[in-house]
Write a new protein. Structure first.
Length: 316
């Protein structure tokens, strides 16, 4: 029947990272505005593209894309643990359709997702269980990454599936924008870190706390201008947003992930999820994309953006 898109940044530092109180208030209001758009749209189904941060997916087997038939939140960074309300039959049908469309996706009956999937939903509704969901993981952190062209083609195939369901489908994405958290590289890390990147599932509470402390310290250093952490780049972010709003999504095909990482940080490739989401909407025709909030929040190491988009005919 209809497709809409909700895209929002996430950051592990949203709760405890450094930010002025007026910024915190504005972020909360932005998520309230997003929630109102979702409620007005009244989706029958949510299909979400999001990354992982070596909490559910590891180098022992790292797919470019994975559809979750069942999924569980690991509960990192103050998000709630527990099962997602996955529309399993729809997820299986989607995976089959993607394969037939030439998009090679992995399938998981035991997907584990982290704050990259659930944080924005808890910020909007205090729960990630409001709507039936199909989670789609995109590898945005473990090179080699999928190309922007492949993410666009994945999104278009998902959009065709969504239209064929006859349901009101909200396509969601989370990540970025410019974003340089201290994500380790498997090629340069010591052996113990390499092992965590290869097979670090179910860390001890002490190990998780130590990891979170490292990220919190990185946020404080970023605010002080530590050259080891790229500053949030509002110019890069706004150019990316404007390109999404233009509808010329094939222009993203020329983006190179290595270049994105150099300019927008180690978390910059998370915008692959945004490209996939808007590509899904584009199969319905021209769209209107509203930017509801943007702020370059250095202490959160994140260009925080929130967008909602619907077919252009909805605004006529």
């Amino acid at each position: 029947m209809s497709i809409a898109v909700l895209s929002a940044s996430h950051t592990p530092l949203m709760r405890d990272g450094v930010a002025p109180e007026d910024v915190r208030i504005a972020v909360r209001q932005g998520f309230k505005d997003l929630a109102k758009r979702v409620q007005d749209f009244q989706p029958d189904l949510v299909i979400q593209f999001a990354p992982d941060h070596f909490n559910g997916f590891f180098y022992e087997l790292m797919p470019a894309f994975c559809v979750g038939v069942n999924a569980t939140s690991v509960g990192d960074w103050d998000t709630k643990p527990g099962p997602l309300p996955v529309a399993s039959e729809d997820a299986l049908a989607l995976a089959r359709q993607l394969i037939e469309d030439g998009i090679d996706v992995a399938l998981s009956y035991r997907m584990e997702v982290d704050h990259g999937f659930v944080q924005i939903w808890e910020a909007m509704f205090d729960t990630f269980s409001s709507y039936p969901t199909i989670p789609i993981f995109i590898n945005c952190a473990a090179p080699p990454l999928p190309t922007f062209k492949r993410a666009r083609l994945l999104g278009e195939a998902v959009g065709r599936f969504a239209l064929a369901t006859g349901k009101r489908v909200l396509i969601s994405s989370s990540g970025g924008l410019s974003h340089d958290p201290p994500t380790p590289s498997i090629s340069t890390s010591p052996d113990d870190v390499k092992q965590r990147l290869i097979s670090g599932r179910n860390p001890s509470p002490e190990a998780r706390l130590a990891r979170e402390q490292r990220v919190l310290q990185a946020g404080a250093r970023a605010l002080q201008g530590d050259p080891a952490i790229l500053p949030v780049d509002p110019e890069w972010d706004r150019e990316f947003i404007a390109k999404l709003q233009s509808g010329q999504l094939s222009d993203f095909d020329a983006l190179n992930n290595d270049e994105v990482r150099r300019k927008a940080g180690r978390g910059g490739p998370e915008v692959l999820a945004w490209v996939a989401a808007f590509a899904a909407l584009s199969v319905q025709g021209q769209y209107k994309a509203d930017l509801l909030y943007y702020e370059a929040i250095q202490g959160w190491i994140a260009g925080m953006a929130m967008m909602f988009a619907e077919p252009a005919s909805k605004s006529d």
